[in-house]
Write a protein that binds this ligand. Structure first.
Ligand code: NAP
Length: 287
């Protein structure tokens, strides 16, 4: 029997409605509208699409968003000056710097300059450290999206064997950290694989929950998946056939128990978690 779809679009709509209600209540009570400042540098078409979707989601759910567009030739110091202005602007609650930044800009210096209280992507070392210690301020958006898919579909993580393929700072590492923490949506036994792992299929086949974030179209094949496993495909790859994930969807669907589609899986929820963090940032700065 084919796996059940974990529909990220549907879940995103549900959570966005919850957030919109909370935003409305917060604004009514405080007269403050949560505001996200998005910073986009250069002309990368995919980044333009992502930023536009994030702004649209803000507008549709009662948040404000401002776009700061800078030319590709912008220097690190110019970008740091903008971040400094946004940090000290009390009407801005969240700052999002769309990645990747053009070559020549020091990404680490830029991300380190965002005030931790406005760091709605949770990339600042203080927020990463808090996550590792199990006392997060903001949860990073894509890992939080993955965890919400598991929690909201009542997929048990406690004691589950989770395999994460990919060890990036924005997906692999933080989701591994979150799923191994104590408490709801955690308590899993987590293995992290990467490009130097030996015999990947023998590891991925152990997974009750397999999370793939590597950026390689259709990489995970049916023989790499344990029958009945939950498969979360984070990958977004542009191919001649359109957007595809890191998982070879149709064959894997015949083996897995539940699976996220691409598009319409993790992606819509990632933006939803950004809205949630912007609301949280506004709350923290208004308290
Ligand atoms: P990344 O920074 O490029 O990291 C890729 C990771 O995959 C690295 O750890 C790499 O290992 C590992 N890897 C690459 N080839 C491998 C192989 N053959 N076997 C095992 N591991 C391999 O990627 P990312 O930023 O995490 O993004 C991954 C994918 O998720 C991309 O398609 C991206 O577009 C997508 N994404 C989606 C969302 C969303 O909202 N849906 C959000 C973020 C990213 P090494 O460390 O050894 O190099």
């Amino acid at each position: 029997m084919a796996a059940t779809l974990l529909d990220g679009k549907l879940l995103a709509e549900k959570i966005r409605a919850e957030i919109a209600a909370e935003v409305s209540e917060f604004t009514r009570r405080t007269r403050v509208k949560p505001c996200l400042a998005a910073v986009l540098i250069g002309e990368d078409p995919a980044s333009q699409v992502y930023v536009r979707s994030k702004q649209k989601a803000c507008e549709q759910n009662g948040l404000t968003s401002h776009l700061h567009r800078l030319e590709g030739e912008t220097t690190t110091d110019e970008l740091l000056a903008l971040i400094g202005r946004l940090n000290s602007d009390p009407s801005v609650h969240g700052i999002l710097v769309q990645l990747p930044l053009p070559k020549g800009i020091d990404t680490t210096r830029v991300l380190d300059a965002v005030l931790p209280l406005k760091d709605v992507d949770a990339f600042h070392p203080e927020n990463v450290g808090r996550l590792v210690q199990g006392r997060p301020l903001f949860l990073p958006c894509t890992p939080h999206a993955i965890q919400q898919i598991l929690i909201r579909h009542q997929i048990p993580t406690a004691g589950a064997e989770v395999v994460v393929v990919g060890r990036s700072e924005i997906v692999g590492k933080p989701i591994a950290m979150m799923l191994m923490q104590k408490g709801p949506g955690g308590d899993a036994t987590v293995t992290v694989c990467h490009s130097r792992s030996h015999d990947l299929p023998s590891i991925t086949r152990r997974a009750d929950i397999l999370i793939v974030a590597i950026g390689r179209a259709n990489f995970v094949t049916a023989n790499m998946v344990k029958p009945g496993a939950v498969v979360i495909d984070v990958g977004i790859n542009r191919t001649e056939k359109g957007l595809v994930g890191d998982v070879d969807f149709e064959p894997v669907r015949q083996v897995a128990g539940r699976i996220t589609p691409v598009p319409g899986g993790v992606g819509p929820l990632t933006i939803t978690m950004l809205l949630q963090n912007t609301l949280l940032a506004a709350r923290l700065q208004t308290a």
